[in-house]
Design a protein around this ligand. Structure first.
Ligand SMILES: Nc1ncnc2c1ncn2[C@@H]1O[C@H](COP(=O)(O)OP(=O)(O)OP(=O)(O)O)[C@@H](O)[C@H]1O
Ligand SMILES: [Mg+2]
Length: 238
């Protein structure tokens, strides 16, 4: 479970980007964060992942305050997996090397066992395991970035725009995969998305951010029918 309470955060000595965020993701839920460009979605995800330090408020994973815990310990001890929005694979490294980067905090004997298990799960990556990541399609790269997060065995998975830049077919595959990950592992999943309809249709609940604040928090099916959302995303009258 992820609990964010009164979170304020920003960059360097710049202004607050997040102005007191309250957010919960219960165990096994899929929750989507929506909102316009620049409203702070990635900043919120990075704060939960440990890449941006909170200025105030609390971030707890399974009830434990992780606000001051460095990234490598959030991955290892609090089992947080993070798939960033951009630059999420190392292009000059092979597919296998990219995945194994995510395994380096595991005991040595577990690393290859998990790798081969992932190769069974993702034949598209297995077939290209020795190719450079730069030779993958956008969708395959996204999958690679997800596989690198999964190899560490997270219980909480943070995904920043997993469907960005993908064709409609690949987009559907990414969202189907997110559902399968939850079915397989019971993982708690928090994602940021711009493709609101597809994301909401696989989510339990959603938050809409506006200028660093939570504007709406609703069950996903209700938000899909919410005229404010329609106004924001589909150009309909709000
Ligand atoms: N590394 C950084 N240093 C300074 N300011 C930053 C940094 N990253 C983001 N910002 C600023 O923080 C604000 C929120 O950015 P953020 O990336 O969280 O938005 P977002 O909602 O994810 O947007 P998008 O939909 O475009 O990905 C923006 O004003 C942005 O310029
Ligand atoms: Mg972003």
């Amino acid at each position: 479970m992820i609990e964010v309470t009164g979170l304020r955060a920003g960059y360097g000595d710049g202004p607050d980007i997040l102005h007191g965020i309250d957010l919960r993701v219960f165990a096994g839920e899929i929750v989507t964060i929506l909102g316009p460009n620049g409203c702070g979605k990635s900043t919120l995800l990075k704060a939960i992942g440990g890449f941006v330090e909170p200025r105030a408020g609390r971030i707890a994973i399974e009830g434990e305050d992780v606000g001051a815990v460095p990234v490598h310990r959030r991955i290892r001890e609090h089992r947080i997996g993070f798939v960033p929005q951009t630059d999420n694979v190392f292009r000059t490294m092979s597919v296998a090397e990219n995945i194994m980067l995510g395994a380096r905090l595991l005991p040595a004997r577990e690393q290859w066992a998990r790798f081969f298990s992932l190769m069974d799960t993702y034949p598209a990556l297995a077939g290209k395991r020795d190719r450079r990541a730069s030779a993958l399609s956008g969708g395959e790269r996204q999958l690679l970035s997800v596989a690198r997060a999964l190899i560490a065995g997270p219980t909480v998975l943070l995904l920043d725009e997993p469907s960005a830049g993908l064709s409609p077919v690949m987009m559907d595959e990414v969202f189907d995969e997110i559902v399968r990950i939850r079915e397989r592992t019971g993982m708690t999943i928090l994602m940021v998305e711009q493709n609101a309809v597809q994301a909401l249709s696989v989510s339990d609940r959603a938050y809409v951010l506006s200028l660093g604040r939570v504007a709406i928090e609703q069950p996903a099916p209700e938000l899909l029918a919410n005229p404010t959302l329609a106004g924001l995303y589909f150009g309909a009258a709000a």
